[in-house]
Design a protein around this ligand. Structure first.
Ligand code: NDP
Ligand code: 2IT
Length: 444
């Protein structure tokens, strides 16, 4: 058996109860197979694949807090510090009831290669908890965040590990987490990103992931002889990534006609009203039914369905495995030209293959949603020099990074005879830098 298959078998056996982690590893292994096969003896001797699929450490802890009824509640907290070959661990904190170690490991693993693709010095990590912020009062969220950080603070630091937002963790949560870190450590440092603008945050970080998805999409289309202007787009999700993807798509002359949340979805043939969506989701923290009630042109549907709409481009921006094989078939039947991931691993492996085989331009999240973490790294730079840059400066760097990522993944795919396979290109380009750094630093 070849080295790749040997390690894949071992990873499957060892992590059998973590399907999302295995899915991420399987995609990665298939992509880097030609790189490994070209120099199998070296990589085997270095145990590079065993080392890169085994986190540096996994921290798991109890988070006890008191709810508004005076009742003590207990959640589980996680931080997986996956790989710091090219920089301090960096990656978000997910607060969602579905969180368990397999979710955090898949996200941390993806983060290694994503962070490498940004070209900035950041390693891969991820954390979170099975805490559900939905329906909790601000005081309950604060109590949870303070308890969570009380333990997490032992393991992180501006030069060690720098967490940020993800599903369920936005500006409010980052504020409470930062306040508690500062109180415990008596240290004012850039230990988190996505901070508020009054205490070390960067302009354009809020917009960065969604904007970045569109900057990459624009370059992808341009280099494939197409234009984003005039395109109709299906977006899923209605959180941080989705909102700013919709906003930038409109600025580029495209028309996003859908969005969704965990209970239903909106079809708005006149184009999503971003100001209204922001009011419903960012200010009122309400359901999309409220959007439909205030927007005569919008239809609200219960359940899933955004991929059934006829569009030119699909941008999954909600969560993992939200675009499955039947969705891919529906999109292709409706003539979709590009699928660009805003979320992490939103497309299942069989759906990805179906789209690629049908000639759809497909870009994986580790490349297309890297604008968020890239701008987090820019926030770290600003914190280190104790300065803050203008919105225009950060935004123009973000755009440059996304254009660069597109060309790097395109080149990597071509170098291995896989032109147009951006999944292979992203994994290969992300892996090459981390691999070289790991080998240079010896066995550890
Ligand atoms: P938010 O919490 O702001 O929004 C998440 C959105 O997805 C909400 O609309 C939510 O609906 C929906 N959603 C979440 N889980 C599910 C689910 N299980 N089923 C259906 N819908 C769901 O998160 P973000 O926008 O920050 O993150 C979205 C995706 O983008 C995630 O995959 C994240 O890892 C990824 N990402 C985020 C980055 C960032 O900078 N924030 C950077 C790179 C990637 P509801 O409100 O009903 O829960
Ligand atoms: O998945 C991701 O890249 C994020 N949630 C952002 C991580 C970060 O450190 O900004």
């Amino acid at each position: 058996m070849g080295y790749v298959d040997e390690v894949l078998e071992r990873v499957r056996t060892k992590n059998a109860a973590e399907p999302e982690f295995l899915q991420a590893v399987e995609e990665f292994m298939e992509s880097v197979r030609p790189v490994i096969d070209a120099n199998e003896d070296l990589y085997r001797k270095e145990a590079i694949l065993e080392r890169i699929t085994e986190p540096d450490r996994q921290i798991k802890f109890r988070v006890a807090w008191v709810d508004d009824n005076g009742q003590a509640q207990v959640n589980t907290g996680y931080r997986v510090q996956f790989n710091n070959a090219i920089g301090p661990y960096k990656g978000g904190l997910r607060l969602h009831p579905s969180v368990y170690i397999g979710i955090i490991k898949f996200l941390g693993f993806e983060q290694i290669f994503k962070n490498s693709l940004t070209g900035l010095p950041i390693g891969g990590g991820k954390g979170g908890s099975d805490f559900d912020p939905k329906g909790k009062s601000d005081r309950e969220v604060m109590a949870f965040c303070q308890a969570f950080m009380t333990e997490l603070s032992k393991y992180i630091g501006a030069d060690i590990d720098v967490p940020a937002g993800d599903i369920g963790t936005g500006a409010r949560e980052i504020g409470y987490l930062f306040g508690q870190y500062k109180r415990i450590k008596n240290l004012y440092e850039g230990v988190l990103t996505g901070k508020g603008l009054t205490y070390g945050g960067s302009l354009a970080r809020t917009e960065a992931t969604g904007y970045g998805v569109l900057y990459l999409t624009e370059e992808l289309l341009k280099c494939n002889g197409k234009d984003i202007a005039g395109k109709t787009i299906a977006v899923s999700g209605s959180g941080n990534v989705a909102i700013y993807a919709i906003q930038k798509a409109q600025q580029l002359g495209a028309k996003p006609v859908t969005c969704s949340d965990s209970t239903g979805w909106i079809y708005d043939p006149e184009g999503i009203d971003v100001a209204l969506l922001k009011e419903v989701k960012e200010v009122n923290r309400a359901r999309l039914t409220e959007y439909a009630a205030k927007r005569p042109s919008a239809e609200y549907h219960e359940g899933k369905g955004v991929w059934s709409v006829k569009v030119d481009i699909a941008l999954p921006c909600a969560t993992q495995n939200e675009l499955l094989i039947d969705d891919a078939k529906a999109l292709v039947a409706n003539g979709v030209q590009a699928v660009v991931e805003g979320a992490n691993m939103p497309t299942s492996l069989d759906a990805t293959k179906y789209l690629q085989d049908a000639g759809v331009l497909f870009v994986p999240g580790k490349a297309s949603n890297a604008g968020g973490v890239a701008t987090s790294a820019l926030e770290m730079s600003q914190n280190s020099e104790r300065l803050s840059w203008t919105f225009e400066e950060v935004d123009s760097r973000l755009k440059g990074i996304m254009v660069n990522i597109y060309h790097n993944i395109d080149d990597a795919a071509k170098r291995y005879g896989k032109e147009g396979d951006y999944v292979a290109g992203a994994n290969i380009a992300g892996f090459e830098k981390v691999c070289e750094a790991m080998i240079a630093q010896g066995i550890n």
